[in-house]
Design a protein around this ligand. Structure first.
Ligand code: BG6
Length: 513
């Protein structure tokens, strides 16, 4: 099945590679990137010669940085920390205290790269990872270009990995893309949505396409509605500046959730070539209904958490988190109901629901089929068949599938009971698989699990009107014309009551998590 299924092999990893991480003092580097690099060391998937240079405004000096990263790897890795795997990283890890406005920073990077190449006696591959707040992306691109750090020194390559969100709306995404494309070739650009690196997200396609029993059901004839939920127990984790610019709609819906939706509902591509998969995703995203003002009010709910208990710990109100303005109207929870206006999905509602500081950490897709038509079954059963079939695709923390069927329990009565087919086991996914996969794929030049810019355009054009509408509402709240709606759910719950009322109005209920 093309590269979606191909396991990376060590011989595909280029020999001499320098990974330069901008934003290395941030949350992403410690929670995901360094643990992923450690996993690659365990799997012998790091380049034969490699260096990792972490840059950040507040990054600790070399030795301190190594110690700090070791601690984090221990904290966030699913494997135990072993010196034989950590030592090569420790040896090759460096930190540079950086000010991205200061040209000396880039001169330092350039000199460092040249010194390493001298040591290796060869040109290196250069992988620049943009793990900073997105507000720095433009500056970084311009500075890399100014110092000619954007050039491919063939046969070695220079690549950039850009984290999401790509821009803050459609216009800024276009501006960013123009700037990047002026300075880099498309083949050098890897736009990340790390959910695509998750096993279970890749499995959505395999599940749909390789199981004949589900293929005929995958349309509006049989499916009543679909819920996609990404609940997190974490809050903003020291990323207030970032989160205050994004909220969960930009942070989660615009990228991860729309990508999951696209995988779930797109037409089958002619083959599983990366470009063909992306073509189908773009077509699907393009068919998602765009809303105007009134429709947005009808089809969305937003929330913000107050204090509560999460994982047995008392947590503070969002507005009392360090650095959050006391009157912040940024959403930490959202529901967006979408429709896909194509023949296959017309009138099927898709409920996307996401939140921070929720009761549990879970990402899942819940598919509810229509009820069996009464005229097709004997009367004796129809009264007892309140439960429609459901298919639950669990993405995390467990990758699994749960299917509900009707079944006659043993006994003299002809009754119907729901039974669950639960597949996938109890094992939690060993994290951070997604970043491991994406780093390896970038090094071996496979862009299947990365996003093409036309997908980004579609995704922004779906969420932009929602964000703009909410901005208008916010102005009225700030001017006292509407009451302050926040906070409206306690941390550690399933979100605001409004969200329950919202789905109840449609005669449906949220799947119990
Ligand atoms: C990131 C978001 O893209 O995904 C974070 O910026 C979020 O806010 C994270 O916490 C969730 O990813 P995962 O892999 O931990 O589920």
């Amino acid at each position: 099945m093309s590269s979606i299924q191909k396991a990376p092999r060590s011989h595909e990893i280029p020999e001499n590679t320098i990974i330069i991480i901008f934003g290395a003092s941030g949350d992403l580097t410690r929670r995901k990137l360094l643990p992923a690099i450690y996993h690659l060391s365990r799997e012998e998937l790091l380049p034969k010669n490699f260096k990792i240079i972490g840059l950040g405004r507040r990054i600790p000096l070399n030795n301190e940085f190594k110690t700090e990263m070791q601690l984090r790897v221990r904290q966030y890795c699913s494997h135990k920390m072993e010196d034989k795997y950590w030592n090569p990283i420790k040896l090759n890890l460096h930190s540079i205290r950086a000010n991205y406005n200061d040209e000396d920073t880039f001169l330092l990077i350039k000199n460092k790269i040249e010194a390493i190449e001298k040591e290796w006696n060869e040109k290196s591959n250069r992988l620049f990872y943009f793990a900073t707040n997105p507000s720095h992306f433009t500056l970084l691109i311009m500075k890399l270009s100014k110092f000619k750090l954007n050039i491919n020194h063939l046969p070695s390559w220079t690549r950039i990995i850009i984290e999401k969100p790509f821009g803050l709306d459609l216009n800024s995404a276009k501006e960013l893309n123009n700037l990047i494309r002026t300075n880099f070739n498309e083949t050098q650009i890897y736009r990340v949505d790390h959910f695509l690196g998750k096993e279970a997200v890749q499995n959505i396609l395999v599940f749909r396409m390789s199981n004949l029993i589900f293929q005929p059901l995958w349309n509006r004839e049989f499916i009543d509605h679909i819920q996609i939920t990404t609940f997190e127990t974490v809050g903003v984790e020291g990323r207030v500046d970032f989160f205050e610019q994004t909220g969960v709609v930009r942070d989660m819906v615009q990228s991860h959730m729309l990508q999951i939706l696209a995988f779930l509902t797109m037409e089958h591509p002619r083959s599983l070539e990366p470009e063909l998969i992306r073509d189908e995703k773009v077509k699907l995203l393009n068919s998602i209904r765009r809303y105007n003002g009134d429709e947005i009010q009808k089809n969305t709910v937003r929330g913000q958490y107050s204090e509560g208990i999460v994982n047995s710990n008392l947590t503070v109100t969002y507005r009392n988190e360090d650095g959050v303005p006391i009157d912040s109207l940024v959403e930490t929870f959202a529901v967006v109901k979408l429709f896909i206006d194509n023949y296959r999905w017309r009138d099927v509602p898709f409920y996307l629901r996401t939140g921070k500081r929720m009761s549990t950490r879970k990402t899942e897709i819940f598919i509810q089929l229509k009820k069996v038509n009464d005229s097709h079954i004997p009367m004796i059963l129809s009264k007892q068949l309140p439960i429609p079939n459901t298919i639950q695709l669990e993405i995390q923390p467990r990758a699994g599938i749960n299917i509900t069927l009707g079944w006659k329990p043993a006994g003299l009565l002809t009754e119907v009971e729901p039974i669950n087919l639960d597949l996938g086991g109890k094992a939690k996914i060993k994290e951070p698989k997604a970043y491991e996969r994406l780093l390896v794929d970038t090094m071996r030049g496979d862009s299947t699990l990365f996003i093409r810019f036309d997908e980004i355009i579609e995704m922004w054009s779906i969420v932009d009107p929602i964000i703009k509408y909410w901005k208008e509402v916010d102005k009225k709240i700030m001017n006292g014309l509407l009451p302050d709606p926040f906070p409206n759910y306690p941390a550690g719950t399933h979100g605001p009551d409004l969200a329950n009322e919202f789905i109840k109005k449609d005669g449906r209920a949220w799947n119990k998590l």
